[in-house]
Design a protein around this ligand. Structure first.
Ligand SMILES: O=P(O)(O)OC[C@H]1O[C@@H](O)[C@H](O)[C@@H](O)[C@@H]1O
Length: 487
């Protein structure tokens, strides 16, 4: 689905934190995926980080990652060949001035050098929030390029006050439509499918309300465990890592009012309005949230790519780099209500966790039972559900029909669709918009603050130990009693 406005303006992507894991695993392959679809796109990559690297080292990394993302050989040669790496302290305004000047200039030796205007510069902060804030502070003293866009990785701040302070700081640098708070879930194919599904189908449009929907569950249960990310994850935990960012964004798309158009302003207005109306279910984090941590176990099953998985996982507290005293959760669930006339009274459950047995990743709507069932039909009326799979991309509609062996007894039939397409990788989709200067698939400042407002209340209750920390063996299903609470 192409939801973007294409721009032909050449762009330079400057990655701060270029030696980090995110750059190698996601950003550069994301660019590779984009170049696989748009091989002529004029993009130059400059990596920057504190460490010095041997000549050609970064170029080789770019080359490998673009190839991994699917870019063709000629394109890889061109883009990797024009890439460069700078070793610097990104909190030093002199170093930032030089970096941004080089980024805005036409590529050295490029044919376009003489008649090319300044390139659009995207400064990508692949950095922890505290460092991001320091770099923004240093940028206040820099003469910034004419069209500078800032792309910021999650978490955007550490809480609502922190997000507000960071928003105020970046507002001193560039207008808000040039700030892109990155959430790669907004680039997922089936997340974007929600838009067409909801607003271009008479059938679904009519029933997508609290009149007909009894509950919504947005789950991202992962089989992967910590994977060596204790330095980040042990400070974040499942609520900050997945719900504060990704799942609330998905919820906003699933519950927002119809936007007048699918454009940056209208879409972001609709998402922000849904988030503003969001409250914890029952008004308190105590009844509306659960948290748990995995103990040792064995994860077996099939991963997102359909490959068999079988590995033993140590208890979370025994994982390398974890501080048991920190009490980090690896599974979190909150139930909220979008308190407006469309959704009031409908519980919306958001859940994500690591080292789980089943990879349930979906947006699932459970429809209310019919008001009246004609007499003569026997058996219980099964719940009708629409389940949109997020990775792998699928759609399943479970509808009540006659049972197979008795025409007057109720049963259920399942209609399944495989929605996997040759689309861009989620990071590619999001980066495409950012490089084009279009923020539609990134998070607006007010929406980021709203997501923290919702989660801060839960985090405060957890810090005060008002919600018990439960345990689940790695490889098990979500603990008993979790999941969508209907009614
Ligand atoms: O399935 P994907 O696209 O890798 O997204 C899930 C990941 O999203 C990241 O943002 C989280 O930090 C990870 O913990 C999580 O595993």
């Amino acid at each position: 689905m192409s939801v973007r406005t294409r721009s032909d303006r050449p762009a330079t992507l400057v990655i701060l934190g270029a030696s980090g894991d995110l750059t190698r695993r996601l950003l550069l392959p994301g660019i590779g995926s984009l170049l696989a679809h748009e091989p002529d796109r004029d993009v130059r990559v400059i990596g920057a980080d504190r460490d010095s690297r041997p000549d050609g080292d970064f170029e080789a990394e770019v080359r490998a990652a673009l190839t991994e993302g699917g870019a063709g050989a000629t394109c890889v040669d061109r883009v990797a060949g024009s890439s460069s790496y700078v070793s610097l302290d990104a909190t030093d305004h002199g170093a930032l001035t030089d970096l941004l000047r080089a980024a805005a200039a036409p590529a050295p030796g490029s044919e376009a050098a003489e008649h090319d205007g300044e390139r659009r510069v995207v400064l990508y902060f692949a950095l922890p929030p505290a460092v991001t804030a320091k770099v923004c502070g240093a940028l206040c003293d820099v003469d910034l390029p004419a069209e500078l866009h800032l792309a910021m990785e999650k978490p955007f701040g550490q809480d609502e006050d922190g997000a507000r302070a960071l928003n105020a700081l970046v507002a001193q640098l560039v207008p808000d439509d040039q700030v892109h708070r990155v959430d790669h879930f907004l680039g997922m194919t089936t997340v974007l499918d929600l838009i067409a599904l909801r607003f271009a189908n008479r059938m679904f449009q009519a029933v997508w309300t609290g009149e007909h929907v009894a509950g919504i569950e947005i789950a991202y249960d992962e089989q992967i465990a910590l994977e060596g990310r204790a330095g980040y994850y042990d400070h974040a935990g499942a609520l900050r890592d997945m719900i504060q960012s990704h799942l609330l964004q998905v919820m906003a798309l699933a519950t927002m009012e119809p936007p007048a158009s699918i454009t940056e302003r209208d879409l972001r207005d609709a998402q922000a309005a849904a988030l503003r109306a969001t409250r914890l279910w029952g008004g308190s984090a105590v009844g509306a949230s659960r948290r748990a941590r995995y103990t040792a176990g064995r994860v077996e099953g099939v991963d997102d790519g359909g490959r068999a998985v079988s590995r033993s996982v140590p208890s979370y507290v025994d994982e390398d780099g974890v501080d048991p005293a920190r009490g980090t959760e690896t599974l979190a669930q909150i139930t909220v209500e979008v308190a407006n006339s469309r959704w009031a009274g409908v519980p919306i459950t958001l859940r994500s966790g690591k080292a789980l047995g089943g990879a349930n990743k979906h947006v699932a709507l459970t429809f209310a039972p019919v008001r009246h069932l004609p007499g003569g039909l026997t058996g219980a009326d099964p719940e009708d559900r629409l389940v949109i799979g997020l990775n792998p991309d699928t759609m399943e509609l479970r509808v009540t029909t006659n049972s197979l062996d008795d025409p007057l007894a109720l049963g259920q039939s399942v209609l399944r669709a495989d929605l996997r397409r040759a689309s861009l990788a989620p990071y590619g989709e999001v980066l495409a918009g950012i490089l084009d200067g279009d923020g539609m698939l990134t998070v607006r400042g007010d929406a980021a603050e709203e997501c923290w407002r919702i989660c801060d209340e839960v985090l405060a209750a957890w810090d005060a130990d008002e919600v018990p920390m439960e345990e689940y063996p790695a490889g098990s299903a979500v603990p008993e009693g979790w999941g969508a609470a209907l009614g």
